[in-house]
Design a protein around this ligand. Structure first.
Ligand SMILES: Cc1cc2nc3c(=O)[nH]c(=O)nc-3n(C[C@H](O)[C@H](O)[C@H](O)COP(=O)(O)OP(=O)(O)OC[C@H]3O[C@@H](n4cnc5c(N)ncnc54)[C@H](O)[C@@H]3O)c2cc1C
Length: 446
């Protein structure tokens, strides 16, 4: 389908950040925008599963949270366990002192995107696909306009460009914005930077508290962290592949592991995932009778993937190349998956930035010579949030990555066992549980 020749705003990328930007522009009275994406269909691999309180509040502020609130599981807390017993629970309930949404919404990222796309369609906007941006240059006649070129030869003029085009952002590259880890070079391969993730059903159905909807369960064992999130039957339709109906409850599992232990396959097979569960997962989903009195095995492997994440932040998130150019979401920052913050921060970037863009558009209509103060201020504020979030996720990652390697044979003590003992002890105090919930919620880093 042909694209319009010009638009005030062009949003590049229709992942969660791009979709949130579009919804925020509409809410703030800007309808003169186009949102494009390079691929024919929205994502059907699912990465993020959490939408935290601060993000629900931001979405509520633009009247875009209802769909997620009605579709998602309201997560009550985060449990940290050994293979057989609980070490710690961070409960979200105490957040009600600070937020009308004292929970974390649990839902697969593809469902989050679907809900946001449906909201956009209900407001009369469609994502234009497939249109891949391949170039940008300042317009020869108007120094405040950029000509954006697409793979299929089309060219669109825009005054504002929101780069929501993910980790390998072409907008960032063409704008000449650096992207690196502010803490220095590539992080150690001892950290849990690799995550194998899958959606599975079991036969027979597993039993026990960890298998009931409402919690994120993280098992620390053997230098890995294994996550189990029961989805029940709530997302069976959206997670179905190849038309094969799924009738059993679906479980999202994920295992964070260090790259030094070997790189996993891009789409690990059922046997690999079963082996991972049996080696590192909680007892209740193990097929090993010595660990689990009611052993279970994977029945259906619905989907699997392996992701490596290395933290990086763009040197700046606003520049001019004729048009005002912004980066939001993974184009602007990549965090470790620890604490589930990346998509959340990206959605909030997009909502707040688009409000500022709408204000700037109105200010320019009154005074064509208006300067970029509004735009610079919001870009700096988002950059600060990004650095704070990186600090938070790096701390969680370092704690998660502690191993059970003992110092020497005569000091039979490891940092991993010290962490577990501290978790058991600190978990008894309400204020520690609340602190953990507060950190995850993002309410202190809106
Ligand atoms: C295993 C894993 C688990 C995670 N879990 C969580 C979690 O629980 N909570 C959380 O908050 N975050 C989580 N994240 C992070 C989260 O998935 C990302 O932060 C999020 O997807 C970023 O959204 P985005 O819209 O910025 O980018 P993307 O989702 O990458 O979307 C970018 C879009 O831009 C399009 N595009 C790219 N190039 C072009 C181009 N040249 N022209 C046009 N379109 C283009 C792409 O097709 C794509 O649709 C997780 C990540 C991983 C890997």
């Amino acid at each position: 389908m042909p694209l319009p020749k010009e638009s005030t705003v062009l949003i590049v990328g229709a992942g969660p950040a791009g979709l949130a930007a579009a919804l925020s522009l509409i809410h703030h009275g800007c309808r003169d925008f186009v949102i494009v994406d390079a691929v024919v269909e929205g994502l059907n691999v699912s990465r993020a599963i959490t939408v935290h309180s601060a993000t629900v509040e931001a979405l509520t502020s633009i009247n875009a949270a209802d769909g997620l609130l009605s579709r998602a599981i309201k997560g009550k807390g985060v449990r940290i366990t050994s293979r057989k017993s609980q070490l710690f629970e961070g409960k979200f309930d105490p957040l009600k002192k600070y937020s009308a949404h004292p929970y974390t919404l649990l839902l697969p990222q593809n469902v989050t995107e679907l809900v946001l796309v449906q909201k956009l369609q209900s407001l009369g906007v469609r994502v234009q696909r497939p249109h891949r941006v391949i170039g940008m240059q300042q317009n020869e006649k108007d120094p405040r306009i950029t000509d954006v070129s697409f793979e299929d030869g089309q060219v669109m003029r825009a005054r504002y460009i929101i780069g929501a085009d993910g980790a390998h952002s072409i907008i960032r590259t063409i704008a000449g914005i650096g992207f690196s880890n502010p803490e220095g070079s590539k992080p150690s391969n001892n950290l849990l930077n690799q995550m194998v993730t899958a959606d599975v059903t079991f036969e027979p159905e597993p039993v026990g508290p960890l298998t009931i909807e409402g919690h994120i369960n993280s098992t620390v064992f053997s230098g890995n962290v294994f996550m189990l999130v029961p989805f029940g039957n709530r997302f069976n339709d959206e997670l179905t592949r190849d038309g094969k109906p799924i009738t059993k409850p679906i479980f999202r599992i994920a295992c964070a592991m260090p790259v030094k232990n070997g790189e996993s396959l891009h789409a690990p097979p059922k046997e690999y995932i079963q082996d991972l569960i049996d080696k590192c997962g909680p007892a209740c989903i193990s097929s090993d009778l010595s660990l689990n009195p009611t052993p279970v095995k994977i029945d259906q492997l619905i989907w699997s993937g392996c992701f490596k994440t290395y933290p990086a932040i763009a040197d700046r998130t606003f520049t001019r190349l004729g048009a005002a150019i912004f980066l939001v979401g993974d184009a602007a920052h990549i965090h470790s998956t620890a604490g589930g913050q990346g998509m959340n921060l990206g959605i909030r970037d997009a909502i707040f930035l688009s409000e500022a863009v709408s204000r700037h558009i109105r200010a320019s209509a009154e005074n064509p010579d208006v300067d970029d103060t509004i735009l610079r201020q919001i870009a700096e504020a988002r950059q600060a949030r990004s650095l704070e979030t990186l600090g938070f996720t790096n701390s969680v990652l370092k704690i998660e990555s502690l191993t059970y390697d003992t110092f020497t044979w005569w000091i039979p003590f490891s940092l991993g066992s010290f962490r577990d003992a501290m978790l058991r002890l600190l978990g008894k105090f309400d204020f520690v549980q609340s602190e953990v919930a507060w950190g995850l919620s993002g309410l202190g880093r809106r």
